[in-house]
Design a protein around this ligand. Structure first.
Ligand code: GDP
Length: 197
C-alpha cells in the first residue's frame, strides 16, 4: 500500500482523478440564480482583481487552476456549465456524470432552489452511486439576512439526510467560498488516501 508521501509515485496513472497531479473536476450544480457563476468567478480570481490570468484554460464556464490546500497543491477544474433551464435530460444526465466532486448550491433566500437541490442530490445518487463522491450542499447568499427562507438548521438537516457536507456561504461577501472549494479537496484526498490504504 502507498504511503502518504505518494506524490513521488503519481506520474503514470494519467486521467485518474486519484492522481494528485491530474485535475479534479468539480461541478457546480443548482437552480438558476443561486450563485454558481459568482462561485466560478471567485474561483477564477475575477471577482477581486481585473485580471484572471492566474487561471489557466479560463473560459466563461470552465476554469482550471492550481490551489494550495493544507500546504499541498491541488489542481481543480471547475465547471459551471449546468443549464438549469434546459429540458434536455440526456445532456443533464451526462453532465451529472462528469464530476469527481460536486458543489450543490441553493440560495437561502429561495426555498424552491432548496427543494431543487434535494432533487438534484437524488439524481446525483442515481448517476454517482459510488459511496465517496464528494458532495457539499452549499447554502449561498447568507448575507441576505432579511430575505432568508431556509434556516441553517434546515440546510444542515438536509445534508445529514443526504449524507453530504454542508456549508453556508456568501459569494457577494466572499464568505466561505474558498472554504467550500477547500472542503472538496479535503474530501477528494480522504477518498484517495482510503483507496490507497
Ligand atoms: P447562477 O444562475 O447560479 O449562475 O447565479 P449567479 O451567479 O448568476 O447569481 C445570480 C444573482 O445573484 C446575481 O445577481 C449575483 O450577483 C447574485 N448573487 C450571487 N451570490 C450572491 C450572494 O452570496 N449574495 C448576494 N446578495 N447576491 C448574490
Amino acid at each position: 500500500s502507498w504511503t502518504s508521501s505518494d506524490s513521488v509515485i503519481s506520474t503514470d496513472s494519467a486521467g485518474d482523478a486519484a492522481d494528485p497531479g491530474s485535475p479534479y473536476r468539480v461541478v457546480l450544480l443548482g437552480a438558476s440564480g443561486v450563485g454558481k457563476t459568482a462561485f466560478a468567478s471567485i474561483f477564477a480570481g475575477a471577482a477581486d482583481s481585473m485580471d484572471s490570468d492566474d487561471c489557466e484554460l479560463c473560459g466563461d464556464e470552465v476554469c482550471e487552476k492550481e490551489i494550495e490546500v493544507d500546504g499541498e497543491p491541488a489542481t481543480l477544474t471547475v465547471l459551471d456549465t449546468w443549464d438549469a433551464e434546459t429540458d434536455n435530460e440526456w445532456a443533464q444526465e451526462r453532465y451529472m456524470q462528469t464530476g469527481d466532486a460536486y458543489l450543490l448550491l441553493y440560495s437561502v433566500t429561495d426555498r424552491s432552489s432548496f427543494v431543487r437541490a434535494s432533487e438534484l442530490r437524488i439524481t446525483l445518487r442515481r448517476f454517482r452511486p459510488a459511496q465517496h463522491t464528494p458532495i457539499i450542499l452549499v447554502g449561498n447568499k447568507c448575507d441576505l439576512v432579511r430575505r432568508r427562507e431556509v434556516s441553517v438548521s434546515e440546510g444542515r438537516a438536509c445534508a445529514a439526510v443526504f449524507d453530504c457536507k454542508f456549508i453556508e456561504t456568501s459569494a457577494a461577501m466572499q464568505h466561505n467560498v474558498w472554504e467550500a472549494f477547500h472542503g472538496i479537496v479535503r474530501q477528494l484526498r480522504l477518498r484517495r488516501d482510503s483507496k490507497e490504504a
